[in-house]
Design a protein around this ligand. Structure first.
Ligand SMILES: Cc1cc2nc3c(=O)[nH]c(=O)nc-3n(C[C@H](O)[C@H](O)[C@H](O)COP(=O)(O)OP(=O)(O)OC[C@H]3O[C@@H](n4cnc5c(N)ncnc54)[C@H](O)[C@@H]3O)c2cc1C
Length: 425
């Protein structure tokens, strides 16, 4: 049997999860990531629903639980900086009784990367420049690496997916902005906030939050605001991001500007719109397909994007391994994931209204209502959370994963040697 090959664009969550399963089944897998190294930023994300079953099958559940995020109590502040109430975000966001686990995106990405890197060729600091499909493969040119041919190419490169642009067209056809922007980064200044403290300062349409874990880890800043023209700020230009934040939060009487001033020293800044990806067309074209946010982002802070990306990666891998040709595999993957009543359909629905409620909070209730609506946006209501945690719309085969049964050899594939695609790492 010949070894099949996959190129995956993006090393965040969906990319390493897919790489794990395909390499487990004996495929020759390369992951190309535009950033120079694994990205570390991000607030806690949730693992729930089908994704819990998948991480159990990956043998990672215990590790993820051990490294789960422990929120600190967050003080909700008045416009003058006075404490109004305290929020227990951990309880609002999760249902531990149903097995939900909350972990920072950076830590989860690191776990998925570490567990797959010995048998996957990870290439950092590069990106796909062009794709040409033939009957037998996809010819790929890169910005830096020499050209290569792969059996399939998968875009796991987020809401602004490069693979989607190359294979399906301009992102404006697929992205729906919900209104807000979010900026997240770790504060390098150790002494700005004490360990174990958290603050939320909010006005209608803008919120600044800081949480510093009790273990002395870095404080993390989270700023969210409604923008009149979402999608127009250049998210790769730090000066433009800083200008936008300064303009938006200029009237704040708390420490927001002091926090914003730390952004230029941060290692990794996440700055993007809260947007959904909705593709009315198929998620695949020939030998090219999309997974995770690239195909079906339910929107930042829905708490669902990560879980759906993990489940999607598992289903995609199992269908690719089950089928000899990629086209029927991609069709089966899509059938198993799509649908109004699926986890994905529920997540897309949940996110529609909350940003607007948040932006519209009445001025007389601004601090509390603004903060509560911001928290509600981040944490779906308990009934919805329970529905999602119970919800297992993606059928995972009983017994050992089909991927194990179909593994080409009993041995795990070794990491490829330098001089090949992983040379840049
Ligand atoms: C740095 C960062 C911080 C985040 N923080 C949060 C958060 O706090 N809360 C939350 O709910 N969600 C957050 N998200 C989004 C969350 O990770 C996703 O919604 C979800 O986990 C699905 O992941 P994904 O792998 O499909 O996409 P993403 O996590 O968006 O990952 C896409 C990956 O592709 C890479 N990439 C982009 N363009 C290219 C290219 N041209 N070539 C190669 N690689 C490329 C990106 O650098 C990134 O590593 C964050 C994403 C990132 C990248």
């Amino acid at each position: 049997m010949t070894t099949r090959s996959a190129l995956i664009s993006g090393a965040s969550i969906a990319g390493p999860a897919l790489a794990f399963w395909l390499s487990e089944a004996g495929w020759d897998v390369t992951v190309v990531e535009r950033a120079e190294r694994l990205r570390t930023s991000g607030y806690p994300v949730d693992i729930r629903g089908t994704a819990i079953d998948v991480v159990r099958r990956m043998g990672l559940h215990d590790q993820i639980v051990a490294e789960h995020y422990r929120h600190v109590p967050v003080e909700v502040l008045s416009p003058g900086g006075r404490r109004l109430s305290t929020l227990d975000i951990g309880r609002l966001a999760n249902d531990a009784g149903r097995g939900d686990v909350e972990i920072t995106r950076g830590v989860l990405s690191e776990i998925l990367y570490r567990t797959s890197r010995d048998r996957v060729g990870y290439v950092f600091g590069d990106s796909i420049a062009a794709l040409t499909q033939t009957d037998t493969g996809v010819d790929v040119t890169f910005n830096h690496l020499p050209p290569q041919t792969f059996d399939v190419v998968i875009g796991a490169d987020g809401i602004h997916s490069n693979v989607r642009s190359l294979a399906f067209g301009d992102e404006s056809r697929f992205i729906r902005h919900l209104g807000p922007y979010a900026a997240i980064w770790d504060l390098q200044a150790d002494d700005m906030f004490a360990s174990g403290t958290g603050f939320m300062y909010s006005h209608p349409g803008r919120t600044a939050m800081v949480e510093r874990p009790a273990d002395g880890g870095a404080a993390r800043a989270f700023l969210a605001f409604v923008h009149p023209a979402p999608g127009t700020v250049n998210r790769h230009d730090t000066d433009e991001i800083l200008r936008t934040l300064h303009d938006t939060f200029a009237e704040d009487r708390w420490r927001t500007i002091e926090i914003i001033d730390t952004l230029s020293r941060a290692d990794d800044v996440y700055f993007d719109t809260a947007s959904q990806v909705r593709m009315d067309c198929s998620w695949s074209s020939g030998r090219v397909a999309l997974v995770g946010d690239a195909a079906y982002a339910p929107a930042f802070l829905s708490g669902q994007g990560t879980s759906i990306a993990i489940a999607g990666a598992y289903v995609l891998a199992s269908e690719l391994v089950r089928h000899d040709r990629p086209e029927p595999a991609f069709a089966a993957y899509e059938r198993r994931l799509r649908g109004e009543e699926s986890e994905l359909g529920t997540a897309h629905r949940l996110q529609r209204d909350i940003p607007h409620q948040w932006a519209a909070a009445a001025p007389q209730h601004q601090a509390v209502r603004g903060a509560m609506a911001a928290a509600a946006w981040a944490c779906p209501p308990a009934a919805d959370r329970a529905a999602i945690s119970r919800h297992r719309s993606v059928a995972i085969e009983p017994g050992p994963p089909v991927l194990h049964a179909l593994r080409v050899s009993g041995e795990r594939r070794p990491h490829r040697q330098s001089g090949e695609l992983n040379a840049v790492e």
